[in-house]
Ligand binder design. Structure first.
Ligand SMILES: [Zn+2]
Ligand SMILES: [Zn+2]
Ligand SMILES: [Zn+2]
Length: 269
């Protein structure tokens, strides 16, 4: 292992599908002055040796790329085709220009099919639109655990997880014997997910709010699962407007390794 090579994880968005603040909401969290209470839709940027993978491309992606000066996007992974995870895909085209190449897009077969339907003009450009500025993406079927895909320096494994009536995937990125597991949308901490996340260097898990939700874990579910995984750094994500960051931090005072994440949090391992 080369200790000088650091894997960097940037949390681009920590919020649920509406984002926080919600449009038209005047609750204490939506009107909070604490910048950590501004929660964009979910997205992560993981990089090593200048190779950057974008995990999920939310409708907030353009602003996230600007805010974090994301230098390049060498590959895109989409966990599932919910609007909050894929509607920023069109803005990847700027990186086609910067890098002067097609960019690989990885997703499970069913998710790829949904993306091809939503973004028909990207994948099957009608003759009338040839020459229009659109993303150039090479679609790849993301193999499912225990199969793995080598994406740049990362060995990537995708584990299907229940997400209410549909499925999403937990994504494990491994390099130099270090592992990050990202699972922003998930309604049950399954035995398979427990096994994948066990002793991960970083484990980021869905923790929406206190009230149960059919498609997401609660904050207490997430905290218990993160503790059980014995991960080195645990964060919960996909957070709604019900609880402020300061209050969540207060609840986690006795678990320094396990906390809510926030937009712009950067972790290195
Ligand atoms: Zn979501
Ligand atoms: Zn609110
Ligand atoms: Zn979702």
């Amino acid at each position: 292992m080369n200790d000088n090579r650091k894997i960097s994880l940037k949390v681009l968005g920590s919020g649920t599908s509406t984002g926080v603040p919600l449009v038209g909401c005047s609750c204490p969290v939506c009107t909070s002055a604490d910048p950590r209470d501004r929660r964009d839709r979910c997205g992560f940027y993981v990089s090593l040796d200048g190779f950057g993978i974008q995990i999920d491309v939310s409708p907030d992606f353009r602003n996230q790329a600007l805010r974090h000066s994301l230098p390049r996007v060498d590959a895109v992974i989409v966990t599932h085709a919910h609007a909050d995870h894929c509607l920023g895909l069109d803005d990847i085209r700027r990186y086609n220009t910067i890098q002067n190449c097609e960019i690989p897009l990885w997703a499970r077969e069913g998710t790829l099919n949904s993306l091809k339907r939503i973004f028909g003009y990207v994948f099957e450009c009608p003759p009338s639109q040839v020459g229009m500025y659109r993303p150039r993406l090479a679609a790849n079927a993301l193999p499912v655990f225990p199969e793995a895909a080598q994406i740049g320096p990362f060995l990537v494994r995708a584990l299907p997880v229940p997400h209410g009536p549909v499925e999403s995937v937990a994504v494990e990125l491994a390099a130099d014997s270090r592992r990050i597991v990202l699972c922003s949308d998930c309604s049950a901490f399954t035995p398979e997910l427990q096994a994948l996340a066990r002793e991960a260097d970083i484990f980021v898990l869905d923790g929406l709010r206190d009230r149960p939700h059919a498609a997401h874990l609660t904050v207490d579910d997430a905290r218990a699962a993160l503790a059980k995984s014995n991960c080195r750094i645990g964060r919960f994500v996909h957070i709604g407007h019900d609880i402020s960051h300061a209050e969540l931090l207060g609840r986690c005072a006795d678990t320094p390794r396990i906390k809510p994440t926030f937009d712009g949090e950067e972790l290195e391992i």
